[in-house]
Design a protein around this ligand. Structure first.
Ligand code: SF4
Length: 71
């Protein structure tokens, strides 16, 4: 089954934590502020999708994507 996943491109991420603030619970950040999806990044609910879209729109580096993946 196809699922939607949120991803962070670590080459683009500049670590200013906006995603962490804009989509609470969806990302974790390391000590330098670089973000990665929390857990497997799978968007399970409409609220997850909404939060992920908010993060995509607010990442100044366009490092965040929503992709389709095999579940
Ligand atoms: S908002 Fe974008 S650049 Fe900033 S920490 Fe999140 S993924 Fe990285």
């Amino acid at each position: 089954m196809k699922v939607q996943k949120v991803t962070v491109d670590s080459e683009k991420c500049q670590g200013h934590n906006r995603c962490y603030a804009m989509a609470p619970g969806m990302f974790k950040v390391d000590e330098l502020g670089y973000a990665t999806p929390r857990g497997d990044g799978v968007l399970k609910t409409p609220q997850d999708v909404e939060l992920a879209n908010r993060a995509v729109e607010n990442c100044p580096e366009r490092a965040i994507d929503i992709v389709e993946d095999e579940g």
